[in-house]
Design a protein around this ligand. Structure first.
Ligand SMILES: *[C@@H]1O[C@H](CO)[C@@H](O)[C@H](O)[C@H]1NC(C)=O
Ligand SMILES: *[C@@H]1O[C@H](CO)[C@@H](O)[C@H](O)[C@H]1NC(C)=O
Ligand SMILES: *[C@@H]1O[C@H](CO)[C@@H](O)[C@H](O)[C@H]1NC(C)=O
Ligand SMILES: *[C@@H]1O[C@H](CO)[C@@H](O)[C@H](O)[C@H]1NC(C)=O
Ligand SMILES: *[C@@H]1O[C@H](CO)[C@@H](O)[C@H](O)[C@H]1NC(C)=O
Ligand SMILES: *[C@@H]1O[C@H](CO)[C@@H](O)[C@H](O)[C@H]1NC(C)=O
Ligand SMILES: *[C@@H]1O[C@H](CO)[C@@H](O)[C@H](O)[C@H]1NC(C)=O
Length: 501
């Protein structure tokens, strides 16, 4: 029992900084630490880490017959409280994903600013497990609005991704944000597998409500623990298409950022990054590399590993390891009037608190068509309701290979100032896939600057870094992120030369 303690240290090293600076909102920071802790501590007892495999997890997804055209118009959002005027249409509402259990997912959909009829459909997922795509993706990263410091008004994000696609956000799985289950047991029996099936049922039923998007080129994107959700949903779509011998969903590709894809290299890479960015000493890194065991089946760690982990803890407690150069949030209060300095190009580190305040307002929930069943708990950026996670494969790399051999476009990106799932992790994970390269490692350009570095592999896989971006890439480098997603969706190379735009 003794030597189990170090692992708690290892994976909750982010917790103290969370407690120090927020009031009530549970953040991504906590959620990801929790899953690693569970995986390494309760391995083989509580959490299933075997490969995600369609043959073993193949269920028929439910189609809701009541999901007709009328619901789409009901879901239309006129204007959100405190919102500046816009030209595109937005929708929000519930889609039932499992009638027996009474599970329904909340979605928020923003049509493209122009050419909504020809641009592709892009789904965005955040991770956690348990973190909301509304909290992060829609309201702090790539959505059209950001919440002001008064917690009441919105301002435009001029670099929103609905300049490049029709963008769909969904809070998944049940228990995240406004998405719920009427069967409370679901909150301890879920995991990656059920999330994939429910996400699949969601997208099928959503397409029935928005039939003009059936057959449209469809792409799935996400970050962090969505490095599991995105490939698992894509795999489920492919499996159903194959079984039916027809294109039920016209999936063309996936793109994931600072993504959890292979536990061993992901965790190792975090320490390597801390050392190479002068956050921990070389001695501490050497001790970790030598005495800690991050292999998929590891359950215990040595005392020397524990000692090194304590050192890491001391050195990382007071910085935001999701963007090692970013300021911290020191005052969680709302301001009476919106701060003047705020803009999508100048990220406020207290954004979680503003979004929390905004989305818990009854008039906002009413405008969003959210919380229609009066949930007995508040809206949180990361779930307090989900208590247990049953399955989480130690790697999803075989799924990426499957997509490559099925001709899907696969892009993996990485904000290079994230210390949580940093570039070192993702570089090592890709190296682990052992696939031949098509180009050398080289810079890509945006607006006269190096936007990041990239390398292309045989089989339509691209790795691209985004220079100066933390874990939430579109939050920290919105222009580079929009350029990246535009090239991904268009299927074009990232530019090798500077351009004027
Ligand atoms: C609905 O969810 C329950 C678990 O809550 C599961 O047993 C059942 O198979 C699901 N139904 C479908 C059609 O997926
Ligand atoms: C959950 O229960 C509420 C209250 O009975 C009901 O109105 C709602 O339709 C149920 N949700 C689903 C998805 O069945
Ligand atoms: C799948 O569909 C194609 C084209 O419609 C057809 O040629 C092929 O025989 C079908 N395969 C199966 C197994 O039904
Ligand atoms: C880890 O455990 C699984 C299942 O118990 C086993 O199949 C696998 O070979 C083990 N891997 C290693 C590296 O020991
Ligand atoms: C925090 O911000 C609020 C609102 O702007 C302000 O009234 C309060 O004085 C600040 N508290 C501290 C400790 O700076
Ligand atoms: C739902 O609404 C009730 C009030 O009817 C509120 O107490 C609760 O916090 C809300 N929950 C969520 C998840 O928004
Ligand atoms: C960009 O540069 C890389 C590395 O030099 C090269 O492999 C690739 O073909 C170039 N792409 C284009 C479109 O010129």
């Amino acid at each position: 029992m003794e030597n189990r303690v170090p692992l708690i240290l290892l994976f909750t090293l982010l917790l103290p900084c969370f407690i120090a600076h927020t009031s009530s909102a549970k953040k991504q920071i906590e959620a990801l630490s929790q899953i690693y802790k569970e995986k390494y501590l309760k391995n083989n007892i509580d959490i299933d880490r075997t490969h995600f495999n369609a043959n073993l997890n193949f269920h028929r997804a439910e189609i809701n017959s009541q999901d007709g055209l009328g619901l789409k118009e009901k879901d239309r959002i006129g204007i959100l409280p405190g919102q500046p005027p816009v030209k595109f249409k937005q929708y929000g509402g519930y889609v039932t994903v499992n009638q027996t259990a009474g599970r329904a997912f909340y979605y928020y959909f923003t049509e493209a600013q122009n050419s909504d009829k020809s641009l592709p459909l892009l789904l965005w997922l955040n991770g956690g497990p348990g973190c909301s795509s509304l909290a992060y993706g829609a309201m702090q990263e790539l959505g059209p609005f950001r919440v002001s410091s008064d917690g009441k008004t919105l301002y435009n994000n001029k670099l929103a991704w609905n300049h490049a696609a029709n963008v769909l956000f969904v809070e998944s799985p049940a228990g995240v944000g406004f998405s719920y289950s009427n069967t409370t047991a679901d909150f301890v029996t879920g995991g990656d597998r059920r999330t994939a099936i429910d996400n699949y049922a969601f997208i099928l039923n959503w397409l029935n409500r928005f039939p003009e998007y059936k057959g449209r080129d469809f792409y799935i994107s996400g970050e962090s623990y969505a490095g599991h959700y995105v490939p698992q949903l894509a795999h489920t779509i492919l499996a159903h298409n194959q079984e039916a011998n027809k294109t039920i969903i016209n999936l063309k590709g996936i793109i994931i950022g600072n993504a959890v894809i292979n536990d061993e290299t992901d965790v190792q890479g975090m320490y390597e990054y801390f050392a190479s960015h002068a956050i921990i000493s070389d001695e501490t890194w050497e001790q970790i590399a030598k005495y800690c065991d991050f292999s998929p089946n590891a359950t215990t760690q040595t005392d020397l590993c524990s000692e090194a982990a304590k050192e890491v803890d001391k050195n990382t407690n007071d910085i935001d390891i999701y963007n090692i150069y970013a300021p911290m949030c020191h005052n969680t209060s709302l301001t009476r009037k919106p701060k003047k300095t705020t803009s999508a190009l100048n990220l406020d580190p207290c954004g979680d608190n503003y979004v929390y305040a905004y989305l818990n307002r009854p008039e906002v929930q009413q405008a969003l068509h959210a919380n229609v069943t009066n949930l007995p708990y508040d809206w949180q950026p990361c779930s307090d309701v989900i208590k247990k996670w049953q399955d989480s494969p130690s790697t999803v790399l075989p799924l990426l290979k499957e997509f490559m051999s099925n001709g899907l476009r696969v892009w993996v990106f990485s904000g290079d100032t994230d210390g949580r799932i940093p570039v070192t992790s993702t570089k090592n994970s890709i190296k682990h896939m052992n696939i031949p390269s098509k180009t050398s490692w080289h810079p890509w350009y945006f607006a006269g600057e190096v936007g990041g570095y990239t390398k292309v592999y045989e089989g339509n896989l691209r790795f691209a870094t985004v220079r100066g971006a933390g874990h939430q890439v579109p939050s920290y480098q919105p222009a580079r992120a929009l350029s990246l997603i535009s090239h991904f969706l268009a299927g074009t190379d990232l530019p090798n030369k500077t351009t004027k735009s």
